[in-house]
Ligand binder design. Structure first.
Ligand SMILES: Cc1ncc(COP(=O)(O)O)c(C=O)c1O
Length: 380
């Protein structure tokens, strides 16, 4: 009971009240005013002209891909650390993913010139709150100036790329607002863009009967739902609005806790934390503080003091079926799919990628994190 009461905050009470209130008024579908207000507020936070809500991040990603004029059979550059349903979304468009390796700083390893030149699109995942190094992106753009960038900022709300919010590297960015994300709608997604054309296309591709104030002629196209129906349950926007208000404060608290762990483990030979030049540039966060460790013994000792989770996204990049859109479609149409046959265990540093659980860090005081670190070292 006491644990339950501890979870109650003033903002959570307000979310519950407004959810109840708008349900009573039957304002729980389509595009009520409070949903539009949330879209306006979040577009301002990210310094973007338009924000369009979605039922989830995967649907938002699909709409973002189609909105930039994707051509079938094109190649899309992306990291091996990409959320599985985003790889499926790419394959469903008929495009081929080209997987890039990464280093222990969670940064891309630059592929060769020919590979970069062969890709029309570049999907950037800012994973676990660590924004992708702008210089690497600039190098890729220097080699292939025509490459179009789509950013997945699901893990990095409030993180900075250079001096800008993440989401400003290309024409379009998307994010998940699923329950464990920094801006949670329970389930939800979002696309951000400065382009009125992209906003219009996204609206008529996936938002049935949404008013389109930019070009009213296009409103007829919203009667179809070309790529399905992607609308968010508007009640989710109530929670997400409060999460947005709390975001900067939340990021600051998490960064301070990360700093304590970095102070203890920077330069540690057995545990490698990704390089951080400026902690103020981290934000959003997901799963927890990532680190690489090979020694089982060290892992066991860490686990005595902290909640540690292992990287567990499937290594789809190693399966032929997920490298080729035709094979992928055949797979979907086949009567029975045996997951085991598809998958190979990762053969790179993903084997050694773990996380200090975010939830545990959030619920542990700075002093206790410090003490736990001391205990870990005394135990070695
Ligand atoms: C980096 C990343 N991108 C996209 C998604 C997909 O979002 P959703 O689960 O809302 O469809 C996730 C989900 O966790 C994710 O972690």
């Amino acid at each position: 009971m006491i644990d339950f009461l501890k979870k109650i905050t003033l903002n959570k009470l307000k979310v519950s009240f407004y959810t109840f209130y708008y349900s009573l008024l039957n304002q729980d579908t389509k595009y009520p005013k409070y949903l539009t207000k949330f879209e306006n507020d979040i577009s301002k936070y990210f310094n973007k002209k338009f924000a369009i809500t979605f039922s989830n991040g995967t649907t938002a990603c699909k709409a973002a891909l189609y909105s930039i004029g994707l051509k079938k059979d094109s190649k899309i550059l992306l990291s091996r650390i990409t959320f599985p349903s985003i790889i499926s979304a790419i394959l469903l468009t008929g495009c081929k993913p080209i997987f890039m390796s990464f280093d222990k700083n969670l940064q891309f390893i630059l592929p060769d010139r020919e590979t970069i030149l062969s890709c029309k699109y570049f999907l950037i995942t800012h994973a676990y709150g660590y924004p992708v190094d702008r210089e690497i992106v600039e190098k890729i753009k220097e080699i292939n100036p025509k490459i179009k960038i789509i950013e997945d900022i699901s893990h990095s709300q409030g993180a900075k790329s250079g001096n800008n919010q993440v989401g400003s590297l290309g024409d379009v960015a998307f994010m998940s607002m699923q329950g464990n994300k920094a801006i949670s709608a329970g389930e939800g997604g979002l696309v951000l863009t400065d382009s009125a054309k992209i906003k219009e296309k996204i609206t008529y591709l996936s938002h049935l009967n949404k008013k389109n104030p930019i070009d009213e002629k296009l409103e007829n196209l919203t009667k179809i739902g070309f790529i399905g129906k992607g609308r968010m349950n508007p009640l989710g926007a109530i929670k997400a609005s409060y999460k947005l208000k709390e975001l900067d404060e939340r990021n600051k608290k998490i960064r301070n806790k990360f700093k304590i762990i970095y102070n203890h483990l920077d330069n540690n030979k057995s545990i490698k934390l990704p390089n951080v030049v400026d902690f103020d540039k981290l934000g959003g966060f997901f799963y927890g503080l990532p680190f690489f460790v090979e020694s089982e013994k060290i892992l066991k000792k860490l686990s005595k003091n902290f909640v540690i989770s292992k990287y567990d996204w499937l290594a789809l990049d190693l399966s032929e079926n997920f490298n080729n859109p035709e094979k992928f479609l055949n797979l979907i149409y086949s009567a029975h799919i045996e997951l085991e046959e598809l998958l190979t265990k990762p053969n790179d540093d993903r084997r050694y990628l773990y996380f200090f659980s975010l939830e545990h860090l959030i619920n542990t005081s700075e002093k206790d994190i410090n003490d736990k670190m001391q205990k870990f070292f005394n135990d070695l």
